[in-house]
Design a binder for this molecule. Structure first.
Ligand SMILES: [Zn+2]
Length: 235
């Protein structure tokens, strides 16, 4: 195993990886994700308010029908009472009571109509506000997206260059070595560490004397007993 070559490959591999991570951490990208989230929320809110408005409109419709019905009944009583002379006192009083009851119901109904109307107005206002906020965010999103697209296109080129450089270095490596490297990388990054002053510089554990002796005695590469990184002894 050529540790120096593998180490060199790792530096290039890590550089490409770091750059890829930086791309994902881009401030513009994060902002776009946040804005997308916000827009989704506004969409959900808008749909809910829209459903509320529809329900309130139905309520208003029903209440108006009820008011019309009560008004018609009241009209009938008034009509019948035109001929006051023909009524005796008891019948008159009965009709007056009925009329008063109807009026009270009508008042109640109108109050309800007023409440529902106010509620509907308030819902419409919040709908307008949601629309305004969403439009503002969408405009901001579009502006950031335009800038991000340029940034991303440039970064993609750079990332490809870094990856190509690493792949070029990988081409001269032994396949088994590269496989081992990749295996370690699955649970440990970076997958290699220098061995300095009997210490693994990946996890800073001092290696047992036995392991150190083995490393010195053989040409075989060793991994750290603690973190599993491939050790690169410093000359
Ligand atoms: Zn270690």
């Amino acid at each position: 195993m050529n540790l120096a070559e593998l180490w060199n490959y790792m530096l290039l591999d890590m550089e490409a990886e770091r750059f890829g991570n930086e791309m994902r951490q881009s401030a513009k990208r994060k902002l776009l994700l946040k804005q997308t989230e916000f827009l989704k929320e506004q969409q959900a809110k808008f749909a809910k308010v829209e459903a509320d408005i529809e329900q309130l409109a139905q309520q208003l419709d029903e209440l108006k029908k009820e008011a019309d019905r009560l008004n018609a009944l009241l009209g009938e009583i008034i009509e019948q009472n035109q001929d006051v002379d023909a009524l005796d006192a008891d019948a008159l009083s009965e009709r007056m009571t009925a009329a008063e009851r109807l009026l009270a119901s009508l008042n109640d109904c109108e109050k309800q109509i007023e409440n529902v109307r106010r509620e509907a107005e308030s819902a419409e206002r919040s709908q307008t506000e949601i629309k305004r906020r969403a439009a503002k965010t969408k405009a901001e999103y579009d502006a950031v997206k335009k800038e991000y697209d340029v940034e991303f296109a440039q970064d993609k080129v750079k990332l490809k260059q870094l990856r190509d450089k690493a792949e070029k270095a990988a081409a001269s490596l032994d396949k088994a070595d590269l496989d081992r490297y990749k295996q370690i990388k699955l649970h440990c990054t970076p997958p290699m560490a220098r061995l300095v002053n009997n210490q693994c510089t990946g996890c800073f554990m001092t290696l047992p004397v036995g392991t150190l002796r083995e490393i010195k005695a053989s040409n075989e590469p060793h991994t750290c007993d603690n973190c599993g990184r491939l050790l690169y002894p410093q000359d």
